[in-house]
Design a protein around this ligand. Structure first.
Ligand code: ACO
Length: 402
């Protein structure tokens, strides 16, 4: 192949591609997307099949190791992920240091960053056993960290993990349960959350995953790299969109539910007014995850007994946008997060917490990409070029002459 380094040194040519719209930064075996056809596959398996037949722990294994596990591999993996759920006691103190009304995303990223200080025996990215250990630790501990962040925000006592439960059930119990009180996990809720985690588990080189790869390319440890990914996910144009959708629906509801006038504001490009949960950099036809969720949303909302007026607004908004030239011309369709917020709300999660749920789902994808990046013989530190547009050389002017 062409040695781009040498070519650049010789010619001075660089590609200017803001937002990496057309620039691949790596080769990857993990996730295939055909944005035009609305196809998403993890390791070759269509998302529709995984959603119908698999579970989140199995999908995590598939993404990280490349193949579906045998029964024994599955048991061993699930067992390790179950055994590492406890947090170091001193880590609990972190949660007291943050303001109670803190957004849970920076709490999550700070606690994950702190894992580098508590688990120093699994930081070497080139020691296979340590990478395995940090992988299991992260998968097991992130739900505990997330549940603690929730408990802190509502002023309730923390619950230690119950390792007889599965990952999603344990997370629901730590979040919504109380010490010394039995907590019955609602199977509909557990299954729906597991499904949402599967749908979020990977999405190739999105902003947060690229961040994890970029930080990891400096050979930073897994905890440090994932913490950076969580911060990237926090933004409203990425993971933050799921809460932004709900804020938008609530705003429309408070204004009397007038969908048309909101759509007109979007079309007039009022600053800061976008149809949140619509549009995607890669999917320009439909988002296959949104299709699966839409089917599930009705079912789940009915079973959980929710008659949320916001659902009605969401349905009207979708119908209105899908028949409007502005959205049609720009290929704007509902993305995965148009409906997730309504489901999370029906489950009892506060709006601020939605992006944390996205992070829990996306974790195995981040880990898979970090590991693939480190194993890639063509790996290089991420170091984009720029096109300099500033001043030409000039001489320093002493302060009294400016
Ligand atoms: N509402 C209204 N107009 C939109 C929207 C939207 N949600 N999304 C894009 N557009 C318009 C743009 O204004 C632009 O119009 P123009 O050609 O007249 O200037 C055109 O559609 C193209 O949009 P871009 O911003 O160039 O598309 P890009 O690929 O850069 O952005 C993004 C993708 C960030 C997802 C965008 O569609 C958006 O902001 N959506 C809302 C936020 C959201 O839902 N994010 C979640 C993404 S999915 C995820 O992270 C799971």
């Amino acid at each position: 192949g062409v040695n781009l380094d040498k070519l650049m040194a010789k010619t001075g040519l660089v590609t200017l591609d803001p937002g990496f719209v057309n620039t691949a930064a790596c080769e990857s075996d993990i996730t295939y997307i055909d944005g035009g056809a609305g196809i998403l596959r993890y390791r070759g398996y269509p998302i529709e099949e995984l959603a119908a037949k698999s579970n989140f722990v199995e999908v995590s294994y598939l993404l990280i190791y490349g193949e579906l596990p045998t029964a024994q591999q599955y048991e061993e993996f699930a067992d390790r992920v179950r055994r590492h759920t406890l947090l170091h006691e001193d880590l609990r103190k972190f949660f007291d240091g943050f303001p109670r009304d803190a957004h849970p995303m920076p709490v999550l990223s700070s606690a994950v960053s702190a894992l580098s200080t508590f688990y120093q025996d699994s930081l070497n990215p080139f020691d296979r056993n340590q990478v395995e250990l940090s992988t299991h630790r992260l998968l097991a501990k992130l739900p505990t960290i997330a549940a603690y962040a929730y408990k802190k925000s509502v002023g309730q006592p923390f619950l230690y993990p119950d390792n007889s439960l599965g990952l999603v059930e344990n997370f629901l119990r730590m979040t919504f349960g109380f010490p010394a009180e039995p907590y019955e996990v609602d199977p509909t809720m557990a299954r729906a959350l597991d499904l949402l985690f599967i749908l979020h588990a990977d999405h190739e080189q999105n902003c947060s995953t690229s961040t994890v790869r970029m930080v990891g390319s400096s050979e930073a440890n897994l905890f440090a790299s994932i913490s950076a990914g969580i911060n990237a996910l926090f933004g409203p144009l990425h993971g933050g969109a799921n809460s932004a959708v709900l804020d938008m629906l609530e705003g429309i509801h408070a204004d009397g539910g007038d969908v048309d006038s909101f759509v007109n504001r979007v079309k007039n490009k009022e600053p800061g007014v976008k149809l949140m949960g619509f549009g995607h950099r890669v999917y320009k036809n439909y988002d296959p995850r949104a299709r699966i969720i839409k089917k599930t949303a009705d079912e789940v909302l009915e079973k959980l007994g929710s008659d949320d007026p916001l659902l009605d607004i969401a349905l009207k908004l979708e119908e209105r946008a899908l028949s409007d030239d502005y959205f049609i011309e720009r290929n704007l369709y509902p993305n995965v997060d148009f409906y997730t917020g309504l489901i999370y709300k029906a489950m009892g999660f506060p709006t601020k917490f939605f992006t944390v749920l996205f992070a829990l789902g996306r974790l195995p994808g981040w880990i898979a990409h970090w590991r693939e990046m480190l194993d890639d013989p063509a790996r290089k530190i991420s170091r984009p070029r720029q096109v300099y547009t500033g001043q030409a050389q000039r001489s320093y002017v002493p302060m009294d002459q400016r």
